[in-house]
Design a protein around this ligand. Structure first.
Ligand code: ZN
Length: 207
């Protein structure tokens, strides 16, 4: 399986990092070894002093396909999860300055936190998925995936031009405004709006 990630998909977040708003999705990947499942703690790595959280809705691919046409895109994902795309912002800034790839800043062990998956509801396909994250009890990110520049379907269409989508692939769909640093001792909690109420679906302690 592969973990595909979309960057700068919410205008307010692109602006908070002084990045231009992209004309096509910004795509990068994390290796499967980056996954952190079952509410396991995240161990702050020694190679960075500036880990940021990025709360994101994650899609699970349910069908193999390449060059997916827009009218069929919705058939390629059927489950959603809450994820955290941990980012070593200091390393990423260095990589960006040098024009280097981002992998060491984005794909390190434990950088792809993921909750359980839930079936995507019909209403969520039209009204978007609402999600929020708390850090130490305070809401730091709260958004709806309808506010993205590129919809779930747009992402499927674009990504499948380059990479064959395979059953079981994950797609991190980008983070809204409100990203920020974590410190050892912090507690992150993820919530998805499911069946007309917010459900607590993820806990991640930083150690
Ligand atoms: Zn991200």
């Amino acid at each position: 399986m592969k973990i595909i990630c979309i960057g700068r998909n919410y205008v307010a977040h692109a602006k908070e990092l002084n990045n231009p708003v992209p004309e096509s999705p910004v795509v990068f990947m994390k290796p499967p070894s980056a996954l952190l499942v079952n509410d396991k703690p995240f161990y702050y790595p020694e190679f960075t002093k500036d880990i940021h959280y990025e709360a994101e809705v994650v899609l699970k691919v349910c069908k193999n396909g390449r060059h997916v046409q827009p009218e069929f895109a919705a058939g390629y994902y059927d489950q959603i999860a809450f994820g955290i795309d941990f980012t070593a912002r200091d390393l990423q800034e260095e990589c960006k300055k040098k024009g280097h790839p981002w992998e060491i800043a984005k794909g390190f062990d434990g950088s792809a936190v993921i909750s359980s998956f839930f079936p995507i509801e019909e209403a969520q396909r039209s009204k978007g998925v609402e999600f929020k994250m708390r850090k130490n009890g305070e809401v730091v990110q709260h958004a709806n995936t309808n506010d993205t520049l590129f919809s779930f379907d747009d992402i499927i269409v674009y990504v499948s031009k380059f990479f064959k989508l395979q059953v079981g692939d994950f797609i991190y769909t980008g983070t809204p405004a409100g990203v920020g640093p974590v410190q050892i001792g912090d507690k992150l909690e993820g919530f998805l709006y499911l069946q007309e109420r917010f459900e607590h679906v993820l806990t991640c302690d930083v150690r």
